[in-house]
Design a protein around this ligand. Structure first.
Ligand SMILES: [Zn+2]
Length: 413
């Protein structure tokens, strides 16, 4: 919302109040510490309105006064900032490799508590959700006495989410279907709750806190057991008609290729996911190709890990470097098509593609240059994610924070 629009908006008083509160919260998020008169200038609201709204935010303990701005020539103005003890935001990720990650942040987005625990990803969803709830309760118990009540909660999942009901419709690598996660979370925690695809949240995480900061048109690629994606357009996450946008992993690259977990053949993820990389390495080991990996894992692909691959690549292991180059080639082919379609200014490689990115970036960039329209390729940078394995939980934090900034009344009333 442009600041000037506020002046002309008429009608529902409480809606106007909510919009104005949101305008102040958003400016504070970007510019704090800031004075009331600076807020008036930035929002286009008059000083009396700003003072009364700021008082409301102080009464709800979202905002606090700190010191004076002595830079000007007039009377020093009181500076305002968000109160870190206004409340907590909890964000979790269910990871299809068998981990649940939970963070809790204070109201100034500093992480004050975190844990990452295993769960049996071959078990039924009920068991995993019980584990998730135990960890969420631990986060609440560990933080509420110091940092205030839980204001909202987000959970990232490796699958398709129906945004109307917050139901996890399908998580191919967990083999879960129709899990009403949003309903269960609300029953248990009764607060502002968001459930979203992990790659969508990770894209938000990189947009708010990482590599895509200040970048309004970005594409995030999340590499794991599968491949997911999140598209940021005009500073907003693109959801598509029913919330499923960004399922990049299931673009067909080879119509006669391997069977994918989605039921189709030759999807991008069958060529560039963690399993695809591990399989290529395993096949090369089976062909007796020399590598420092086979000594360690006795040639068993179950023993392969991304960090072992990274170490081997760094040590100059020819087999690993060749497999990563082949993978980078397929990554570049997919990225070139996506760049032609979306014309992003930034492509962010997350997950395993970030961990192994330093060995793949040159080939990816080369493929992009050769295959995308040269004007689009020129406008796009390809970079590695900055939030690493935290991207999704940081995005969950951003999602809740964004909702509070847009509608402070939802948690104050
Ligand atoms: Zn597929």
């Amino acid at each position: 919302m442009g600041p000037k629009q506020n002046r002309y908006r008429t009608g529902n008083q409480s809606l106007v109040r909510e919009i104005n509160l949101s305008a102040i919260m958003n400016r504070m998020h970007k510019h704090a510490p800031v004075s009331r008169s600076a807020l008036a200038e930035m929002t286009g609201l008059n000083k009396t309105t700003v003072s009364s709204l700021v008082q409301e935010l102080i009464d709800h303990q979202f905002v606090r006064e700190i010191g004076f701005d002595t830079a000007g020539t007039g009377r020093p103005a009181r500076l305002l900032e968000f109160n870190p003890e206004a409340g907590c935001i909890i964000s979790a990720e269910i990871i299809d490799t068998g981990f649940i990650s939970v963070i809790c942040a204070n109201f100034t987005n500093n992480i004050i508590w975190r844990t990452k625990e295993t769960f049996d990803h071959k078990s039924n969803p009920q068991t995993a959700i019980r584990r998730l709830f135990t960890l969420l309760h631990q986060a609440v118990d560990a933080t509420r006495t110091v940092y205030g009540p839980v204001l909202g909660l987000a959970v990232g999942v490796p699958g398709l989410v129906d945004h109307k009901s917050d139901t996890l419709l399908f998580a191919p690598n967990l083999n879960w279907e129709n899990v009403p996660l949003g309903v269960l979370l609300r029953e248990e925690f009764g607060r502002l709750v968001f459930v979203d695809n992990e790659a969508n949240l990770a894209a938000l995480g990189e947009y708010y806190f990482g590599a895509a900061k200040e970048c309004n048109n970005a594409l995030y690629i999340s590499g794991s057991v599968g491949i997911g994606g999140g598209i940021i357009h005009g500073g907003q996450l693109v959801t598509g008609a029913t919330g499923f946008a960004g399922e990049l992993g299931h673009m067909t690259i080879d119509p006669h290729g391997e069977l994918c977990s989605c039921g189709s053949r030759g999807c991008w993820e069958t060529l560039v996911s963690q399993s695809a990389i591990f399989n290529r390495i395993q096949q090369a080991i089976d062909r007796q190709q020399p590598t420092i990996l086979s000594k360690k894992g006795n040639g068993n692909s179950d023993q392969l890990t991304v960090s072992a691959l990274s170490k081997a690549a760094r040590a100059g292991d020819k087999l690993v470097l060749t497999v990563l180059e082949e993978t980078a080639c397929y990554l570049g082919i997919g990225i070139a098509s996506l760049v032609n379609v979306l014309n992003p200014e930034l492509v962010v490689l997350g997950g395993i593609h970030c961990s192994l990115g330093e060995f793949m970036l040159p080939t990816i960039k080369q493929e992009l240059k050769h295959r995308a329209l040269r004007w689009s390729a020129k406008a796009t940078r390809v970079v590695l994610a900055q939030q690493g394995s935290d991207a999704c939980v940081m995005g969950g934090l951003a999602r809740v924070y964004q909702a509070i900034l847009a509608q402070p009344g939802a948690v104050t009333n």
